[in-house]
Each structure stands twice: as structure tokens, then as C-alpha cells.
Design a protein around this ligand. Structure first.
Ligand SMILES: [Zn+2]
Length: 444
């Protein structure tokens, strides 16, 4: 631009500015009759001469369809060029477009950043919009944090994604610890021992390291919606991330068996659909539908386990897992099982075993993570102390676990081993596990 100016085109900028101002006159009907088409014409010409404000105005016209055919692509391009040069009005308008996702992919974080920028530069009203979008984002983040597992401290490039423990969750909710986009990249800002602002490498409460994850990381809780409908879903949502570290569960064999059974189920469903098309009796059609629904629910639960096991969410693409409620086992199911080939029946029972075991593991991990969170929460401890049942369960566990018992006695500095040996005896060492599990709920 500067070189152009110096190389003998001093009038160009002036001309562009004149055209831009004329465009504004047409836009607002100052001294001339209001005429959007003429305004657009002036802005377009001014753009050609390199006017930046004209780009912004033309962008706004393309977005609103005033005086020109609405063209979001052009709107985004012109506004973007002006915004890149920090034109406050362009930032503001583009920010609003990112908020709703018109012409651009919806991106609330980007929206709030642009609106805040515009507000900082004094664009009228931008501060109110920035605050409004920020409030929506905060609410959404808090909702996510509450629904997601309390297990790891995870941040993305735009926000906190998951908390590691209850005290951290509380701090994030009350914003005494906040996400910042620091010069070193995304980080958590809290306080050090002296109450000074400090970037946190790890959780000050439980020591969990701050991990960076992609902003679109899918948590189990997200898949089931922000407020999981059943305790089972909630439990699984808590346990999910634990499983990712456990390579042993996702054995290739298990995944292969699940895959085969899923394929078989899809084949059987398709066969049943074809057969159903030939049926005339409503009764028969209804029965077939019930079986198809049941097999589909079964297949989806295998799919969900497989997706978890292989940590591959794309497996679920195209399947509506969320809408799947409980499906009753139809009478025909036993006949269906009998109709399977020996090989398929064997695979089916193996797959069922894998699913049940996997879900039990999830529950176990679950109980542990909830236990950890409970122990770390003073309010929960207070509650536990008042509950004779829970105290009894904890006491029972300590009493029945030798290592734990020794540890306990060591802490109390009173050795009561004799008493313990005498009392233990006949009790089974391992208690029966909870039997509720997601995958196998359809069975039996
Ligand atoms: Zn923590």
C-alpha cells in the first residue's frame, strides 16, 4: 500500500475514501435518497481501490442481502479481510456470525474473542454482546464439567474440558482457577502459596497433571447428553477415560469377536426386514418388528462397547445410540438363538461374555473413581461420617482386606491382629459385585 502510494498513485486512497463516504451516504440516506444497491456499488468500487472500511460495509451488505444478493461466502471474505486488520465493526459483525454459525462454522469461543476485541476497541454494544456470549459459554462449560468424569485435569486450546477432583471442579465453577490463553499456549491460572497468580502445571489438590486434549474430545457424558438419564449411563460416563489407559481390556481378540457378532446381527436384521416385507398378517409383522428392535438394541450395545474398547468413536457414526432405550426381550428371541449356526451361537455367547465383563470392569473402575472423588471432598466426608451404612461398608472392607487392615492398625498404632484372625473366618473374602451393567441389560 505504502509503496503504491509512493509510486505515483497518491489520489487513489483519497478517491477510495470519497467513494466509501458516498457509499455511507447512500446507505443511511444522508444528502441523497437511501439506496442500498448504489451503496454497494460505491463500496465495491472503493474496495477495488483498496479501502478497508468499504470491505467491511460490503461484507455487511452481503450478509444482510441489502442492495445485493445475499452471499455469505463473500460476506465472510470481506468482513474477514477487514477483521484481520482489526476493524472493530468487522470484528463485531463477524463475531455475531460465529455465534450463530451463519456463513461460518458456529464457534462460540471465536465469537467471544472477536466481540471482546471489538469491545476493547470501543465498538458500541460489543461489550454487552461479549458478556452475553461469555455467559453462555460459561454455563455450557460448567454443565460439561459437572457431567464429565472427575478423573483427569484436561484442557483444550479453548477451555477447560474436564476436572480431576471435586475441589478442582469447585474452583473451576467458582472461577478461582481459570483457563487462560497464555503466551505459552493454553493454561490454567490459579494461585500459588503466597496468593500470587500462577500458571498451574498440576492440580494443587490432588496433584493430577494438566493435560492438553483436542477441543472436540468426546466424553461419554457428551454422547449420552449433558444430564445422563440413568445412573448406569452416569457411571459409565465417569469410568470411560480410565479404560483408555488399560490396554489389557481392549484385546484384539475381543474386538474381533464383537465385530463379527455385530456384522452377524446386521445381516440377521436385514434378513428379517426382507422377510417382514413379505408378511401379510399384522400380528406376524408386529412380532418381527419386536425381534428386529431387540436385535438392533443388542447390536448397538455391542457397538458401544466396541467403540469404547477400541477408543474409536467413529464406529458409532450413523447409528443413533442416544435414542436407544430399554427394549424388552421378545418371545421369539429364544427361537432366534436356536436358529443360529453352532459357530455363530458360540461367537454370540463369547461376545456376551466380553460385553458383561467389560461393563463390570467399567463399574469397578467407576466405583473407584467415585470413591476417590468422595474421599477428596470434605462435604462428602462429613456426609459419610453420618451414615452408619457407609461406615459399616468401609469398616467391613478394612476388616476383610489384610493389607488394609495392617495399614489401618499401623496408623492407629494398636495391633489387633489376634482379634481379627479370630473374627474373620467363615466370611467370603470377595463380595459379590454389583450386577447392573449397561451392555447386558437386554439379556436374560
Ligand atoms: Zn485435582
Amino acid at each position: 500500500m505504502v509503496s503504491e502510494k509512493n509510486s505515483g498513485m497518491p489520489d487513489n486512497e483519497e478517491e477510495a475514501d470519497k467513494l466509501y463516504k458516498l457509499g455511507l451516504d447512500y446507505l443511511y440516506g444522508t444528502n441523497v435518497p437511501k439506496d442500498y444497491a448504489k451503496a454497494a456499488e460505491c463500496f465495491r468500487e472503493a474496495c477495488r481501490m483498496g479501502s478497508l472500511p468499504a470491505r467491511r460495509e460490503l461484507g455487511i451488505l452481503y450478509a444482510s442481502g441489502k442492495g445485493v444478493q445475499t452471499d455469505m461466502e463473500k460476506a465472510v471474505r470481506y468482513l474477514g479481510e477487514a477483521a484481520d486488520s482489526l476493524d472493530p465493526s468487522a470484528l463485531y459483525h463477524l463475531g455475531l456470525m460465529y455465534e450463530v454459525g451463519t456463513g461460518v462454522p458456529k464457534d462460540m469461543q471465536k465469537a467471544v474473542r472477536m466481540l471482546a476485541y471489538a469491545a476493547e476497541m470501543g465498538f458500541p454494544g460489543a461489550d454487552i454482546d461479549a458478556e452475553r456470549v461469555d455467559a453462555i459459554l460459561t454455563e455450557q462449560r460448567n454443565k460439561n464439567l459437572r457431567a464429565r468424569p472427575l478423573l483427569r485435569l484436561e484442557i483444550s486450546d479453548v477451555d477447560v474440558e474436564a476436572a480431576c477432583c471435586k475441589p478442582m471442579l469447585d474452583s473451576l465453577l467458582e472461577q478461582s482457577i481459570v483457563f487462560i490463553d497464555s503466551y505459552k499456549g493454553p493454561a490454567l491460572l490459579g494461585e500459588d502459596k503466597d496468593g500470587m497468580d500462577a500458571v498451574l502445571d498440576s492440580c494443587p489438590f490432588c496433584g493430577a497433571p494438566v493435560r492438553i486434549v483436542p477441543r472436540d474430545k468426546k466424553y461419554r457424558a457428551d454422547r449420552f447428553g449433558p444430564s445422563p438419564g440413568t445412573p448406569g449411563n452416569l457411571l459409565i460416563s465417569v469410568a470411560h477415560p480410565l479404560l483408555m489407559e488399560d490396554g489389557a481390556i481392549g484385546a484384539e481378540d475381543s474386538a474381533r469377536i464383537l465385530r463379527t457378532v455385530i456384522e452377524n446381527k446386521m445381516r440377521d436384521i436385514s434378513d428379517l426386514e426382507k422377510a417382514k416385507a413379505r408378511y401379510r398378517k399384522p400380528e406376524k409383522i408386529e412380532k418381527t418388528d419386536a425381534l428386529i428392535n431387540y436385535l438392533r438394541a443388542d447390536m448397538l450395545s455391542y457397538l458401544t462397547v466396541l467403540a469404547d474398547m477400541t477408543d474409536d468413536e467413529t464406529i458409532l457414526d450413523g447409528f443413533d445410540v442416544d435414542s436407544q432405550g430399554d427394549v424388552e426381550c421378545p418371545d421369539d428371541y429364544q427361537d432366534y438363538l436356536k436358529s443360529l449356526s453352532v459357530e455363530d451361537a458360540e461367537l454370540e455367547s463369547k461376545a456376551d461374555e466380553i460385553r458383561t465383563e467389560y461393563c463390570n470392569e467399567i463399574l469397578d473402575e467407576n466405583y473407584q473413581s467415585i470413591g476417590i472423588s468422595a474421599l477428596l471432598s470434605p462435604e462428602m466426608m462429613e456426609y459419610i461420617l453420618q451414615d452408619p451404612y457407609i461406615l459399616g461398608v468401609i469398616g467391613d472392607a478394612i476388616f476383610n482386606d489384610d493389607d488394609l487392615y495392617d495399614k489401618f492398625c499401623g496408623i492407629l498404632e494398636t495391633k489387633k491382629k489376634g482379634k481379627k484372625k479370630g473374627k474373620k473366618g467363615g466370611k467370603g473374602s470377595k463380595k459379590g459385585k454389583g450386577s447392573s451393567k449397561k451392555g447386558s441389560k437386554n439379556k436374560k
